[in-house]
Design a protein around this ligand. Structure first.
Ligand SMILES: Nc1ccn([C@@H]2O[C@H](COP(=O)(O)O)[C@@H](O)[C@H]2O)c(=O)n1
Ligand SMILES: C[C@@]1(CO)OP(=O)(O)OP(=O)(O)OC[C@H]1O
Length: 161
């Protein structure tokens, strides 16, 4: 019988002056960027947590501690590729991922296709196995006030044998 597992991830990073706004591996033009120990790619972090959750391997902070200087400023695509390798060691491959980025600004619609292509390449799947959505919170809450950006992701993984 084919073995499937699901996972869920959620992440938030603050919007601050003087940082790049990197989401889904795309550097998006914006007057502020995301703060963090790494490049603070909130979408890729939610996806890493979903994949780690699916194989019961904890979370991103366990594998890449923010106290470890090896991860300072790291491109989160490297973290995602490492997580996918861990999945493969456990005998699983990605079936599909669906994710939502939550922010008032910047507008993400023009960039979601490129995000999908990056995520698909890093997960070694076709782009149509990856979906990236964007929503505002109608100016409500910390995302609505532009204080930060949140992302959620769910994934399905399948045993590769
Ligand atoms: N940062 C964002 C937020 C939203 N979008 C797109 O706008 C649509 C409407 O957003 P609502 O919050 O009013 O539902 C949404 O479906 C996205 O396509 C965006 O591009 N960037
Ligand atoms: C990605 C890591 C890497 O040190 O740092 P941050 O960029 O601070 O991101 P976070 O989503 O808080 O996850 C923790 C860390 O694993």
């Amino acid at each position: 019988m084919t073995s499937f597992r699901i996972g869920h991830g959620f992440d938030v990073h603050a919007l601050v002056d003087g940082r790049d706004c990197i989401i889904g591996g795309v550097n998006i033009p914006h007057d502020q960027g995301l703060d963090g120990h790494s490049d603070a790619d909130v979408l890729l972090h939610a996806i890493c947590d979903a994949l780690l959750g699916a194989v019961a391997l904890g979370d991103i902070g366990k594998h890449f501690p923010p106290s470890d200087m090896r991860y300072k400023g790291i491109d989160s695509r490297q973290l995602l590729r490492h997580v996918v390798a861990l999945l493969q060691e456990k005998g699983y491959v990605v079936a599909n991922i669906d994710a939502t980025v939550i922010c008032e600004a910047p507008r993400l619609g023009p960039h979601t296709q490129q995000m999908r292509e990056h995520i698909a390449a890093d997960c070694q799947v076709a782009p149509d196995a990856i979906n990236v959505k964007a929503t505002t919170t109608e100016k409500l809450g910390f995302t609505g006030r532009g204080e930060g950006i949140a992302a959620e992701a769910v994934c399905l993984i399948v045993a590769n044998s």
